[in-house]
Write a protein that binds this ligand. Structure first.
Ligand code: FES
Length: 575
């Protein structure tokens, strides 16, 4: 066996028995039990990451995607071998899916590395799966291409079109305010998720899919095709075919995921008014390649790129409408002058060539022009100040204009349990002008940085008709949520950040225009409070994955990845 042969197909990455030919003999003998011929075993091997799980409704269509990918691989002369990894669904991953993202990324990296494959197709969809797959693939360094499960199509409730999960939240809010009774909310619950696929608004799954296409890791057109459309299967088939060519070309993730490519992804994030989670996740993916995200540069970019995509929660349409409007292509065409069009993509061609090859605009209504945008600036503003020395963000496109500059009295909740216990109490001392502050909901505090930044309006205010008020925390927020909400405050309360020192009645001032978030309390008073501050503790924190997580997780500005999984910085930054 020559050294070159050893790197191809089943011959690569042999198990260490001390005799390479025996290792290959054993491997082939075992895999022949799967019914493969010698001819099949001589072909390039395309691994297919199978993220089907009975707990993951967003991945219900993964088995048929695997079939379509397998077909595409065979048409190109390879063999496809699917394998399982951890699959994470938002509603079935306690305490929060984000707690498990890094575990999934480790699983993906190590199983790609451990098993023989010349390229790998990554099947993801639900929020944390796509970042985990890209993080793992970036670290493993094997040619990789992404296929997403695709969005759900919309459902209807009594004549009204519904989208998960913006309308889940809106309708639950109506139920809390007494506008929908128990029977009506149960009926709505039957109709909010009518098909396989991911949430069909501009939530995290949609955001990550569109960012991944702009990043160059997905074949063109793949981000928005609904999960149940035949086009989704054709896209998967083409992905399988292309994976075989990528194996031959040795087109590895580091050649595609460059600082300019990440900048393209962030421009897509801003133009879509996408989920703030897109920032944390793509920061973690970039970090796997030693690339740092420059929050100030991102904020400047936000001034240049308006929100163009008219999707809920910032707008009115859904992902199937974006697909009917041409998917990612019309968005990229509209911001083309801002994109680095010479970035290489999984097609083997540049992003610019991919955009050129997309069908011309046919007069759609979903992607607006830069001259007539949904929101004149990008969706995300980066804040700093005495309450957030290392940064915080606000999704300004989903915020109320009258609260963008606001000073108010803090109404503080020490943690999620405290908030759950007191938020709806008729005795809670709170007014619509106050600022709701949630502590200990960051990476270490919760733990897992859950999507609890969308602090509900206290019941007595909701019943009085209050629809929005200024809220802030070290947590994340689902991209399907909306409101004037400051997120990702860093350092988090549990890391000793100033957020942990805020007390009821303190004055806080937010000024989005000036990009400031300040706690109006004297430093001497804070120093006194700091003497009595203690970090939160968690049951079971002495062992297992929780210990690893608490010891190693970084803050939001580093993507909340594990320190030991991040290589040394290369000195490159993005956007
Ligand atoms: Fe899976 Fe929304 S819960 S994408």
């Amino acid at each position: 066996m020559s050294a070159d042969d050893a790197k191809i197909g089943m011959k690569q990455g042999l198990v260490n028995y001390g005799d390479a030919e025996f290792s290959l003999f054993m491997r082939k003998a075992f895999i022949k039990a799967m019914g493969y011929s010698d001819d099949a075993l001589e072909r390039p091997v395309i691994g297919v990451v199978n993220t089907y799980s009975g707990y993951n409704a967003c991945h219900r269509n993964v088995p048929e995607l695997v079939d379509a990918i397998r077909r595409g691989v065979m048409m190109a002369g390879g063999i496809a071998v699917d394998f399982p990894v951890i699959s994470i669904h938002e509603s079935f991953s306690a305490p929060t899916s984000m707690f498990l993202r890094n575990l999934m990324a480790m699983d993906v990296e190590e199983m790609i590395r451990a098993q023989p494959m010349d390229a790998v197709v990554l099947i993801g969809g639900c929020d944390k799966t796509v970042p985990a797959l890209l993080m793992g693939a970036a670290s493993a360094g094997v040619p990789a291409i992404l296929e997403v499960t695709g969005p759900m199509i919309t459902g209807f409730f009594r004549g009204e079109r519904l989208g998960a999960c913006t309308d889940c939240r809106r309708m639950w809010g109506m139920h809390r305010a007494g506008e929908l009774d128990a029977e009506e909310i149960a009926d709505a619950g039957d109709r909010l998720m009518p098909t396989a696929g991911t949430c069909m608004v501009m939530g995290t799954a949609s955001t990550m899919a569109l960012m991944s296409e702009a990043l160059g890791m997905m074949l063109p057109g793949g981000a928005a095709i609904p999960a149940v459309h035949a086009d989704r299967l054709r896209h998967a088939e083409a992905t399988g075919t292309r994976a075989v060519a990528m194996a031959a070309e040795r087109l590895t993730p580091d050649q595609i995921m460059t600082p300019d490519a990440f900048a393209n992804a962030f421009k897509m994030l801003l133009a879509t008014g996408g989920s703030t989670n897109g920032l944390v996740h793509m920061t973690a993916v970039a970090g796997r390649l030693g690339i740092e995200v420059d929050l100030e540069a991102l904020d400047k970019l936000s001034d240049e790129i308006p929100v163009l995509v008219d999707l809920k929660p910032s707008g009115q349409h859904y992902m199937e409408d974006l697909n009917n409007a041409g998917g990612a292509a019309p968005i990229m065409r509209e911001i083309r002058q801002k994109l680095a069009t010479d970035c290489l993509t999984v097609t083997g061609k540049t992003l610019g060539k991919n955009i050129d090859a997309a069908p011309a605009d046919w007069g759609q209504q979903v992607v607006k022009t830069a001259a007539d945008p949904i929101f004149p600036k990008g969706g995300i503003a980066v804040l700093r100040g005495s309450l957030a020395p290392n940064g915080a963000i606000i999704k300004q496109s989903a915020a109320a204009p009258h609260l963008m500059k606001h000073e108010g009295r803090a109404v503080v909740f020490d943690d999620l349990a405290d908030m759950a216990e007191r938020l709806d109490s008729p005795d809670l001392d709170v007014n619509a002008d106050d600022i709701l502050v949630l502590k200990n909901a960051g990476p270490k505090g919760a733990p897992g940085m859950p999507e609890s930044g969308y602090i509900p309006i206290p019941r007595k205010l909701a019943q009085a008709g209050v629809k929005d008020m200024l809220r802030m925390s070290d947590a994340r927020m689902s991209g399907t949520a909306f409101g004037t909400i400051v997120l990702h405050i860093s350092p988090e309360a549990a890391e000793g950040g100033p957020l942990g020192l805020v007390e009821n009645g303190d004055r806080i001032v937010l000024d989005v225009e000036a990009r400031r978030l300040d706690l109006l309390v004297d430093e001497a008073v804070l120093a006194e409070r700091r003497k009595g501050w203690k970090p939160v503790t968690h049951k079971g924190q002495e062992r297992g994955y929780l210990k690893l997580y608490l010891d190693e997780v970084t803050q939001a500005e580093d993507g909340a990845d594990f320190r030991f999984l991040m290589p040394a910085r290369t000195g490159q930054s993005t956007p």
